[in-house]
Design a protein around this ligand. Structure first.
Ligand code: AMP
Length: 395
């Protein structure tokens, strides 16, 4: 796969698929610019070479056609300040205006196209739509790892219309770091899986059973495991149709000699709210009417010990309902342990979504090895699936 480092953009118009799907508040101010910041090096490399940049992205999930809420024009000011140049904006991603603005773009200039998802053709992977987008640039760059698992027009289909197609730095780093963990992990290798549902993570858990030394399971999904072990889990989250599967996973881990760590205890609450009454109980004996919303003190200590002695760490999913401060302790303790292990020389990869948000919110983003920007894409890659956006760059 070619990357931006193997390509000279001088005099070229680079059409870059970026992931500018950033959260905006009611006044259309950006509340988290992680994804924007991530693409700066790729854009700068192209500009420095003497190329011009055409940015295309989706924002949110517009239902039918253009809306103010999902317009990418809200990002123009931020981008102009970041790159110290007035970023141009085309209020349609295809059509005459986009074509003219792209055509008149000079080296060093940046053009942002309007939200790709204002056209249903984007998500359908429409070939004609892809062709119209492709006509805007000379070289295709994909730096949107977060959407690489989708065979959309701008993420995959479009690539066939370019002789030159390259991966941006974000794409390259995401793939390199995922490969490092999957294929070159220094031992002990510990995977930490949390979050709400086993069903979302079953494939990756199965694959990890062939790779890890320690598998830590926390969060809502752990209660289905305790049910499988014959425990009383009260009103905790349960995926009844996954109990058998949880049994199988426990058995498989045993056969493979993997250290499967389930939380010994939980902070349980008498309601799903921050102010609910709480107590700590053994995980096999959660009383009826109570639900586990965070891992308990004993579980925290167990997990910390294993994490701090690991050389490779992959973390996906919080240990509890970390959005509520009273149930965030487990997730914070794990984040701190991951930072400590990293400081001792471990390689730590935080896999997108909520665990990435937790690490960033705690200000630990710079103190772990890599925080992935792609939730679903990273999981699918780690499950061993071929990502259409990656494949399109390879052929
Ligand atoms: P996921 O997207 O699968 O990583 O799940 C993340 C969500 O799981 C977060 O919104 C958490 O609040 C939620 N979660 C974590 N632990 C629990 C729990 N014990 N009970 C209910 N929800 C949980």
């Amino acid at each position: 796969m070619k990357t931006v480092d193997n390509y000279n953009f001088a005099g070229k118009k680079a059409l870059i698929r970026v992931d500018f799907n950033v959260p905006l508040d009611n006044n259309f101010q950006i509340t988290d610019d992680t994804r924007l910041k991530a693409t700066i090096p790729t854009i700068n490399k192209i500009l420095k070479d003497g190329g011009s940049v055409i940015l295309m992205s989706h924002l949110g999930r517009p239902k039918s056609g253009p809306t103010e809420e999902f317009s990418l024009k809200h990002l123009v000011e931020y981008l102009s300040e970041t790159f110290k140049t007035q970023v141009k904006f085309a209020d349609d991603c295809i059509g005459e205006q986009a074509r003219q603005k792209a055509q008149s773009l000079k080296p060093g200039e940046i053009l942002l196209l309007e939200n790709l998802r204002f056209y249903k053709e984007e998500e359908k992977g429409d070939v004609e739509f892809s062709k119209k987008l492709a006509a805007l640039g000379d070289v295709y760059v994909n730096d949107a790892f977060g959407t690489a698992h989708r065979a959309h027009a701008s993420t995959a289909v479009i690539a066939q219309f370019f002789k030159d197609k390259v991966a941006g730095y974000v794409m390259q780093a995401e793939l390199d770091n995922a490969k490092k963990v999957l294929d070159n992990a220094e031992r002990p290798f510990t995977a930490i899986m949390g979050g709400a549902k086993i069903s979302d993570k079953i494939l990756i858990i199965e694959r990890l059973l062939d790779k890890v030394d320690n598998l830590i399971i926390g969060g809502g999904m752990s209660y289905t495991f305790f049910k499988a072990l014959g425990g009383n889990i009260g009103n905790s989250l349960l995926e009844a149709d996954k109990v058998e599967l949880a049994k199988e996973l426990i058995e498989k881990a045993k056969q493979k000699g993997i250290n499967l760590l389930l939380p010994q205890d939980s902070v349980v609450a008498d309601g799903f709210k921050n102010e609910a009454q709480t107590k700590t109980t053994d995980n096999k004996n959660i009383p009826d009417g109570w639900m586990g919303l965070d891992i308990g003190e004993k579980a925290r200590q167990d997990f910390i010990k294993v994490i701090e002695n690991s050389k490779t760490i992959l973390w996906n999913g919080p240990m509890g309902v970390f959005e509520m401060p009273n149930f965030a302790k487990g997730t914070i303790a794990v984040a701190e342990a991951v930072v400590k292990a990293t400081e001792k020389g471990a390689f730590s990869l935080i896999g997108g979504g909520d665990s990435a948000a937790a690490v960033n919110n705690l200000g630990f983003g710079e103190r772990v090895s890599y925080v992935s920007t792609g939730g679903g894409a990273l999981l699918e890659y780690m499950e061993g699936k071929e990502l259409p956006g990656v494949k399109a760059l390879e052929v």
